[in-house]
Write a protein that binds this ligand. Structure first.
Ligand code: ATP
Ligand code: MG
Length: 397
């Protein structure tokens, strides 16, 4: 029988909260594999076991889902057999024989969690290695950098045979880190920032600003698809779509042009905060990276943060664009992010925004914009909530 083993990451280190972390992760895994057929999901010895219950259960599909479950440092498909040398040799040959035919070099590694097993790890490795060598005459043993490693794990319930494991999604389980309000544009950066918070166990409440009629339906659908791609990792993602045109127009008409960007960002921050408070989020998240554009200098960030009264996390602050793009490709948001739809930030933007705005001057300019806080409240009030799940097919394009 084939099974999936998921090895705990940081979770294994958690003290008192460990049970809560473990339960959250198992709950997530159960939900994910629900669509893949009937599986039994249980934990033992810092490992989660995902066991198909019949032939209809699609183990490859389940494996694909589990790659995106936070809290697992490694995952692997393994063959299960009796804790008996002959059975282990036979299983290794049946399960990995054809892969061994393709490899030039190999080694066997054994782990013995059950110390009652009669052979030591070394002895078991040697026996299994000899058995496999006999059946694959072209194969050579190579201890330092083998092309393939056969791993035999003797655990409490059974023995498990597999080859090299894959890295898991890492991080800590979804639902254990609190809620964050992520400012989600249609760009490359903010989905990556949101994903990083999800990897730290946070639930995502995304806030997107749109400026109809300057930004269109396609731009909105693009952000919904980004939220969907995030939900493939985070499970369930809330998305607030905020009509932002009135605030922008009022700022444009009533403040000096070169302050527009900072004032707009302060407005975004205040509106996000209203939503964050209503949704009981503990922090705001943005995709800013220091120095990337005029609004992301230290003094500009100081001016936006001055309106926040909760922590503002910027997980990408020290990353280069290349690294951020690589991460976007890895998590599957890049190709959507680069679709060319107008973002609300690109309308009305001055040719020469201030790179070193001074807070006092900004506050002064803002006082000249009549009823901005009223417009912000209306925008927050009129925002549209979408709740997006990883199994919502309509966003899967
Ligand atoms: P991104 O790739 O995330 O769009 P960017 O490099 O284009 O980032 P900016 O446009 O200055 O940078 O935006 C900085 C951050 O402000 C974004 O990462 C995002 O968190 C937030 N933001 C920008 N535009 C929007 C928007 N339309 N809706 C929600 N948040 C936004
Ligand atoms: Mg942007």
């Amino acid at each position: 029988m084939e099974i999936i083993l998921g090895k705990y990451g940081e979770l294994a280190l958690k003290g008192l909260n460990r049970n809560q972390f473990e339960n959250s992760m198992v709950r997530t895994i159960r939900k994910r594999v629900d669509r893949c057929g009937e599986f039994r999901v249980y934990t033992a010895q810092s490992t989660v076991y995902i066991e198909p219950q019949n032939d209809d259960a699609d183990i490859d599909l389940a494996y694909d889902e589990i790659k995106r479950v936070f809290g697992l440092s490694a995952i692997v498909k393994a063959a299960v057999c009796e804790k008996d040398l002959e059975a282990i040799c036979d299983t290794a040959e049946r399960y990995l024989g054809s892969a061994l035919d393709r490899a030039g070099t190999f080694k066997v590694n054994s782990k013995r969690a059950d110390k009652k097993f009669p052979l030591t790890s070394m002895e078991l490795s040697r026996e299994v290695g000899a058995y496999l060598l006999e059946r694959h005459p072209g194969l050579k043993v190579e201890m330092s950098e083998p092309e393939m490693t056969v791993i035999c794990e003797i655990r409490d319930n059974a023995a498990y045979v597999h080859s090299d494991q894959m890295p898991g999604a890492g991080g800590i389980p979804t639902g254990t880190g609190g809620k964050t309000a992520c400012m989600l544009s249609g760009g490359i950066d903010s989905p990556v920032a949101a994903w990083m918070m999800a990897r730290r166990g946070c639930d995502l409440v995304c806030v997107h600003f749109q400026s109809p009629p300057y930004t269109g339906e396609r731009a909105l659908y693009k952000v919904e698809r980004l939220a969907w791609r995030l939900s493939r990792w985070a499970g369930r993602v809330c998305l607030f779509e905020v009509p932002f045109t009135d605030c922008q127009v009022s700022i444009r008409d009533n403040a000096p042009e070169d302050y527009f960007t900072v004032l707009m960002r302060r407005s975004m921050m205040r509106i996000t905060q209203m939503i964050a408070e209503k949704e009981e989020c503990g922090a705001i998240v943005t995709g800013e990276s220091l120095g990337q554009v005029a609004s992301q200098t230290m003094s500009a960030i100081r001016c936006t943060d001055a309106v926040a009264n909760m922590p503002v996390f910027r997980p990408l602050i020290g990353n280069d664009k290349v690294e951020i793009s690589d991460c976007a490709r890895k998590i599957g948001t890049f190709d959507v992010s680069i679709e060319p739809y107008e973002d609300c930030c690109t309308i009305f933007t001055p040719k020469h925004p201030r790179t070193r705005p001074v807070l006092e001057n900004i506050e002064e300019a803002e006082r000249g914009v009549p009823d901005l806080s009223g417009l912000e409240s209306i925008a927050a009030e009129n925002s549209v909530l979408k709740v997006i799940h990883f199994y919502d097919e309509e966003y899967a394009l």
